[in-house]
Each structure stands twice: as C-alpha cells, then as structure tokens.
Design a protein around this ligand. Structure first.
Ligand code: ADP
Ligand code: MG
Ligand code: MG
Length: 915
C-alpha cells in the first residue's frame, strides 16, 4: 500500500464514534429493506421481515461499511466493534433466554454473508456456532436428543474447519477431508444416510474431525465461543476477496468496493427430529409463473441439505399432509411476503418442532414466461400498477412467448417414457448427450442435443449452453439444472426419477425402453413429459393467433402477450418500425406491431430468378446505353416488389434504401458460372473476366458503394426512383384506397453535396411520374448517418435531408475502424481484458458511437427542428440500445420483424425509466 493511501487516524477515529456499525433485527429492529447498500440484501430483508412480524430468529447485521473499513485498515476492525458485538449477543441471549457459551441452555448462531446483490453460494455460511465440548452436552440436555446435539457439533466443526481454518481439499482430485472421514465411518458402521449415525458414532467423528484440524491447521479447533465468532466474522469478510467471489463479481459487474455485510443470527433447528424440517420455497412457480406454491423441503435436515442433493427433497405440497399446521403457517407467510414485497419471493424456512421460522427472502429469479405471467397477474391482483409491472419484465423475456413449441398433433402421437419436474418451459428435441463435452462436440458437428445427466454442476455450464434442453434424473426445483434453466431460458425437465442414466454404458433407461447416446429424445419443459424420438415443433401459440390459425380466446399465452404489448404501446413515445425487404416479412412485422418499415434493402431484390442476369448485364455494361437497357428490364421487377410491400404495409410509412453494396457482390466468382454468363450475355468469356477484374477492390467496404454508386451511375438511382414512384402511383390509383408514403433513403453519405446530387435525380423522376400518372405523391428523401463525417457535418446535411436514419452497423465499423467480419482473432481477448464490455455490434458503444449520434441529433435539429430521426442498424433490437435511442430523442427504432415485440416493450421501459 502506498503511503498516500493511509488515512489520517484522527479523522477515522472521529468517524468511528458517530458511526453505527451493527444493526439489530428481532424484538428491536434497526434496519429495513431499503438499506441494502449498508446491510446487504439478506440483512435488509431479515430486518424488514422481523419488523412486519414474520417469525425471524433474532440477530444482528454487521454493516458493509465494516467490510470496507476492514480492507482499508489492513484487516482490522473499528475500535468500538468488539463491545457492540458483545452487547448485541447479550440482547439476543435475553430475547431467547439462552446463553452464548452457556452450559445450561446454550445459544447457537449462524454467521452468514450477504452482499448488496445476492451472490448465491459465492461466500461462506457457518451454522451451529457456539458449540464446544461443554455446550454440546447442554444442547443434548435441553433437547433431550444427544444424537441431534452431536450431529450439530460435527456439522459445525466441519464447516468451521473448512471455512475458517482452511482445512479443505488440497488438490482438485482430492475430496473434502471431512467428508472422507464421514463416509469412511458410515461405511464402517453400515449407515446408509447421515441420519443413521448414532450418538457414539458422531462422538467418534467429532474426535476424528478435531484431530484432522490439529494435524492440518495451525492451531486446534477453538473452544472459546467468542473466538469462534470472530474467526467466522473474519472468514466472511475474507471470503469477499476469494477467487470465486472475485470471478462472480467480474461476471456480473459488481464493484469490489461494495463489500459484504455479516449476519449473525440465532440458530433454529430443522434437524431436531421428525417434527422438524428445512426448505426453500417460491411464492409462485418460477418456471411458468403460475400462482401456485412452489418449493421443496426435507424432514429432519439442516441448512443446505435441500440444495446439496444428498437426499431427494419432497415437493412443498406434500408438507400439507406431513405437517398440516406448519403448512398452514407457511401459506400465511407466503401471502404476507408477496403483499409486502410486491413481487414473487424466493424464501428459506425452517421448522423446529412444528414451529415455523423464516430465514431469508428475496425477489425470485424466473424464466421469461414466468416474468411476463407474474407481472400481468400481480397487476390484476392489484399488487403492482401497470408501470411497475412493465418494468418488472426483462424486455428479452417476450421472446420466450414466441419460441416454437411442440406440435400438438405430433405430441398426441408420441410416447411418454417418463415425467419429471417442469423447470424451463418450451419443447426441445435432440440427440442424447451424457456429458457436457459430448454436447459441445455434437453441437459443433451441427447436431442438436439434449443434455441428459443424473444432475448438473457448474462445470457443465458450457455444455448446457450448447444444448437444446436439459434433462436430469435427480435433484429438485432448486437444483443447479433448474436454476441455470431459469436464468438462461433453457428448456429443462429435472428430477425425473423414473429414468436411470448409466454413464459407463452410455444408456438412458426407463422401464423397458433403453436409449443410447446419439438417440433422439424430446422433453417438454412446460409439462415435464419426456418422449422417445423426435417431435416436430410448430409456431408458438402467439404466432398462431396472429396468423389466424388459433382463436385468441383459446390461448392464455396470447392474452399475456397482448396485455403487455397494449401496456407498452400506451407508455412508449418512440415508434417501432421494422427492417423488411419482402411483403411476407412486412406482414409478419405488422402482425407483431410494426408501425412502418425503417429499412427496405433493395439489393436483395436483385438476386431472384432472372433478375440476377439483368443485374449482371447492367454491371458489365460498357456504356450508359447498355446499362440503361439492362436497367429497363429490372424496372418492372422492382416496381412489382414495391407494390407488394406498399400493399402489405397498408398506408404505413416505408423507407426504401437505394442500392448500397459494392457491385462485385453480384458477380460470380465461379468459372462455370462466368462462362454461362458470357454465353447468356453473348460476350466473350475474356470480356467477362476482364470486367470483373476491373471492378475488384482491395477494401470494398470502403470502396465504390452506397451513394457513390448512384453518383457514378445516375441511371441506377433513376431506375430505382422510378420503380418506387411508379409503384406508389399504381397503389394510389388502385381499387382499394391505400395510402402510400415512400421515404427514399440515400446510403453512405458523408458530404452534403453527395446527397444534393442524388436528391436532384429523385425529385426530377418524382415530377415526371406525377405528371405522367396525374397523381400527387407525398414522399420524403433522407439519408443514412453511417460514417463519422456525416455525423459531424449533420447540420449541413440536414439542409438537404427530410430525415436521418442511423445505420449503426456501418457507423460502428467506421467509427471504430473495425470490420465486423474480422474481429474474431482478438475479440475474446478484448472481452476478457474488459476493453469491450459488450460486443459493440450488438449493443451501441454509447460512449463512442453514441456520442457521434448525440452530436448528429443535436446538429441536425439545429438546422431542421422537425427532422425525422430513426435508427435501422441491428442495435435497434437491443433493449439497452433502445434505451439510449430514447434518451437521445430518436423518433423511431427499426429492427428485424421477430424483435418488434421486444422493441415495443423496451421503448416503453425506456420512457418509464427516464421520466
Ligand atoms: P446463501 O445465501 O448462500 O444461501 P445462507 O446464509 O442463506 O447462504 O445460509 C445457508 C443455509 O443455512 C441456508 O439453507 C439457510 O437457511 C441456513 N441457515 C442460515 N442461518 C440459519 C439459522 N440461523 N438457523 C437455521 N438455518 C440457517
Ligand atoms: Mg440463502
Ligand atoms: Mg450501411
């Protein structure tokens, strides 16, 4: 540490005295849910729950400021802390009439970390702290259950030895040494589960554990309970900087300065016998959003047993039968939590001798479908207003209502071979892969796979990402597989206990059915059903309703979709357009809610059928006469396309971009095709080859393309304009009265003069067509802003342009001096070094490219206050970029048809967030 970083002691001292470092919860509660920064998410919500009368075991939170202090002062604590903690323990002792370190009725506590944002499993928790050789006897006496007391003690030494004293596996191959001793003993005495160990067995284990610590750690396991407490507190603060936590923070962008809080809380025991249990629950189904109680529990168990997967937990509904009274209490808590926190909650509970305690609550992670359903239903239940509901739905989640599902007909014909828990909605079909590596390999070979495992672990993440879906035979709804599916939006069926997976033989067996690696399997993550073989998919219900194939009243998913879209349309101020080149795409986008076309590329229209021949003829022409004759043949094709699009858009604005790509993209590179071309054009092959050679460019992206083409060959601009206006005239004069408002867009402009040159042609042709057909045509001519010079001289360019459309793909390429197709070599390195934190081609580089856009908007409007502004790059479908576009004041965003619903929602959220 450098000298200048050391703080003045006097000032720190003064701060210490006035500062509160410890916050109680229980009979007296100092904190509340808004104090996440200071108390961490866990501490703030424990305080909130205690203050609304929920049964929370008492305790206190050491604030995140202590963590910061600890790291600023060479891992020492503020002076006053020791006394404050001792006083806080006393207060807990009083509330429970127990004594910390007492022989008679010992108080045990848990020491838990809790950062501002939850970092599940990243840092360490210690349970049963306060046990030693003496208090364990006390616990045995008051509970009249020595086996339970000794089970707590061995669990405590195990956790303390690992977390605080660093006795853990020394290599990746080695197993946890405590676990090894436990398993050895179980094997020796013939115990099947941990619960089968007798008191004497557990006492032996405690002796072995202590010996292990003496051998491997610097000192012995501490008998002094205060020493235990400070050891644990320091371990929690220390874990803020452990490798796992650092990695996690990097992944999720959590700053190191935030620090963690430490929660010290009186223990309650789910392992006190068969009238006790521990569990995890969600107030609604986090997989599909349904308002049902969801979760799981284990009788006679403690802490992480539920998640650890050693025993398979029971579904929460079974608790109604096993512990009816506690279940009723739990139902009450469930509704109180939702009413109070106004969101779906994910909470932890423990039942000790039929008495219920709540240990944690937080807003539950959910799938996209669940996010939509929960927001809509909570608004209906008046738990939140429309604005809040809109903001609660990550814009991308709309996608999960639009993904293909199993074809209902195919589903009827398929054979169900087993069922599991539906943990990630949707249908997935693929070949069986039993390992993450195999899933990756098969995917790379172009196969679709379903990853099938007994259970998954964090090592399987990459393979899971590559799979269509995930199937596990063990583990419940809080297992790793279910968690990942919820976060990544993967199809998942978990805990299908009817399935046996044999990794060695590479088989998956249910009853008489044996499937091998590579065989097809299908899983339905909405129902939990597992099918043999392939099942065809079909459009989502939403799409089928929009296409008219399904009645709206028959689909609840559609109702959800429609509700959210209506809300979004009321709140957003930006218009949503689409990028579409064909009538088909246009109609699809309109069904999804597009209000116009923001980019109709014309080059695609030149590839179909005979057109490419005329196009090539045009390009290879030696002079204007030849060129015009080829263009004349292309004109009717273009016109017909535009008529189709105008009709499909039914009066909505359509922005048409004139020819943009370099010409050689249209020419054949293949010798055979070149020869055919020469024959068809009736010219010598050498001529074709020479002409192609002469069109070669070293760097076509920066060559003769965009408006440069139209300036070099004005006949092209003329033909395209004529096609647009002729089509407009035809539709305007058609039987069905359809309005048409074409907006002609000149690409790659960097100089005002370029635009002026092209403009003159467009206006001239417009006049000619209007005169010929005796119609008035309303049209606009504008430009793309896609090179930095255009952005910088936007005030000049705006003199010519009726509108600007930001072409952010090219603007990013030209502003960053970076070709999108050539970033593969260094991209990963740039990401891991955090030079790019996001791919600049998928989310607008707001600090760079965004600055150019802001500048252009401001300059453009200074010349022409009502100039129309939009964006048509791929960024227009990215919620973060949409938020940016709203902030800089664009009139519309134009994205690909399938992203239109996402853009509608994102635009509404941008408006709500920024007003
Ligand atoms: P994480 O935040 O990583 O889930 P927690 O601090 O919530 O870790 O604790 C881990 C486990 O220990 C949870 O199952 C929790 O319910 C349990 N636990 C924590 N404190 C207590 C306590 N005072 N009494 C009983 N169980 C507890
Ligand atoms: Mg927890
Ligand atoms: Mg471009």
């Amino acid at each position: 540490m450098s000298r200048t970083q050391i703080k003045k002691p006097a000032k720190t001292q003064k701060n210490n005295k006035s500062k509160k470092f410890v916050y109680a919860f229980g009979k007296v509660t100092d904190g509340n849910t808004t104090m996440r920064e200071l108390l961490g998410g866990k501490g703030a919500n424990l305080a909130e729950m205690a203050s609304i009368g929920l049964p929370v075991p008492p305790g206190f939170t050491i604030s995140t400021e202590v963590c910061t202090y600890y790291y600023d002062h060479e891992q020492r604590y503020p002076m006053a802390l020791r006394q404050t903690v001792a006083d806080s323990i006393k207060s807990v002792e009083k509330q429970l009439d127990k004594k910390f370190g007492g022989r008679k009725n010992p108080l045990l506590v848990s020491v838990r970390s809790g950062a501002r944002d939850s970092m599940p499993g990243m840092m360490d928790t210690i349970l049963n702290l306060g046990l030693n050789d003496e208090t364990v006897e006390g616990l045995a006496d008051v509970s009249k259950n020595p086996q339970f007391a000794w089970d707590c003690y061995r669990r405590f030494i195990q956790m303390y030895g690992g977390v605080v004293m660093g006795v853990t596996a020394r290599t990746e191959e080695e197993e946890d040494p405590f676990h090894v001793l436990l398993e050895k003993l179980k094997h020796k005495v013939g115990a099947e589960s941990d619960n089968d160990l007798t008191t004497a067995n557990l006492q032996t284990l405690v002796t072995q554990y202590k010996a292990l610590i003496r051998k491997r750690a610097r000192g012995a396991f501490p008998q002094d309970v205060m020493q235990q407490l400070w050891g644990a507190v320091s371990a929690v603060f220390g874990s803020w900087r452990n490798e796992r936590a650092i990695l996690y923070r990097q992944e999720y962008g959590i700053p190191a300065e935030w620090g963690t809080a430490v929660n010290v809380q009186a223990m309650v025991f789910g392992n006190a016998g068969d009238d006790s249990a521990t569990g995890v629950a969600f107030t609604r189904d986090p997989a599909n959003g349904e308002k049902v109680f969801y979760g799981e529990y284990l009788i006679n168990a403690q802490g992480e047993d539920v998640v650890a997967g050693l025993r398979t937990p029971n579904s929460i509904s079974q608790l109604a039968k096993e512990m009816p009274k506690s279940f009723k209490d739990l139902e009450k808590v469930r509704s109180k939590l939702e009413k109070h926190f106004k969101d779906m909650q994910d909470f932890e509970f423990t039942i000790e001798k039929n008495k219920l305690f709540i240990l944690q609550t937080r807003n539950g992670k959910r799938t996209g479908l669940a996010a939509v359903r929960i927001a809509v239903e909570m608004q209906k239940e008046r738990l939140m207003n429309v604005e809040t509901a809109l903001l609660k739905i990550p814009a991308e989640s709309i996608d999960s209502l639009l993904v293909p599902v199993f074809d209902p007909k195919a589903l009827k014909a398929a054979t169900v071979i087993a069922t599991g828990l539906p943990a990630g909605p949707g249908g997935a079909t693929g070949r069986i892969a039993f390992t993450a590596a195999q899933a990756e390999k098969a995917t790379r070979e172009g196969k679709k796979v379903v990853l099938c495992r007994t259970e998954t672990s964090p090592d399987d993440l990459k393979g899971m990402l590559h799979s269509q879906g995930i199937l596990t035979s063990r583990g419940g709804v809080s297992s790793h597989a279910a968690l990942v599916a919820r976060q990544l939006g993967k199809v998942c069926v978990c805990g299908a206990s009817g399935i046996k997976i044999n990794y060695e033989k590479k088989t998956l067996t249910t009853g008489k059915t044996v499937l091998n690696e590579g065989d097809y399997i299908s899983i339905d993550g909405t129902t939990g059903a597992i099918y043999k073989g392939m099942i065809a998919s079909t459009d989502s219900e939403v799409k089928r309703v929009l296409d008219g194939g399904l009645k709206p009243s028959k689909s609840y998913t559609f109702e959800l979709f429609q509700t959210v879209m209506k809300w979004a349309d009321i709140h957003r101020t930006m218009n949503i357009r689409t990028n579409a080149d064909t009538p088909n795409m246009a109609s699809q986008a309109v069904a999804f809610g597009a209000e116009g076309i923001g980019l109709c590329r014309t080059e695609h229209m030149f590839f179909e059928g005979d057109r490419i021949d005329y196009m090539r003829q045009m390009i290879l022409a030696v002079d204007e006469v030849q060129r015009r004759s080829a263009l004349k043949k292309l004109l009717p094709f273009q016109k017909k396309d535009f008529v189709g699009i105008f009709k499909a858009m039914n009066g909505r604005p359509v922005t048409i971009r004139l020819l943009d790509p370099p010409l050689h993209e249209f020419l054949p590179s293949d010798d055979v095709v070149r020869r055919q071309l020469a024959e068809r054009l009736d010219v010598p092959l050498d001529y074709v080859i020479d002409r192609i050679k002469s069109l070669h460019e070293e760097n076509p992206m920066l060559g003769c393309r965009g408006c440069r083409l139209g300036i070099l060959y004005p006949e092209i601009t003329e033909m395209q304009s004529r096609a647009i206006f002729e089509a407009t005239a035809q539709v305007l004069k058609g039987k069905k009265k359809i309005k048409v408002k074409p907006e002609i867009m000149i690409p790659l402009v960097g100089f005002r003069e370029e635009l002026a040159d092209q403009l003159a042609i467009v206006h001239r042709v417009a006049k000619e067509v209007m005169k010929k057909h005796k119609v008035r045509i309303n049209y606009l001519v504008g430009t793309m802003i896609e090179v930095p010079r255009a952005a910088i001289t936007a005030d000049e360019i705006a003199k010519e342009a009726d509108f600007f459309s930001f072409g952010t793909n090219d603007l990013t390429q030209t502003a960053l001096g970076l070709s999108r197709d050539d970033m593969g070599l260094f991209y990963d390195e740039y990401q891991s070094k955090e030079i790019y934190n996001k791919n600049p081609f998928s989310s607008i580089d707001q600090r760079g490219v965004g600055k150019l856009m802001e500048f252009a908007v401001e300059r453009g409007r200074s010349t022409k206050p009502d100039i129309k502004l939009g964006i048509c790059g791929e960024h227009a479908g990215d919620p973060k970029s949409i938020d940016f576009c709203h902030r800089v004041g664009l009139d519309y965003v134009s994205c690909s048809p399938p992203r239109v619903p996402i853009a509608r929602l994102a635009a509404a959220q941008a408006k709500l967030r920024n007003s």
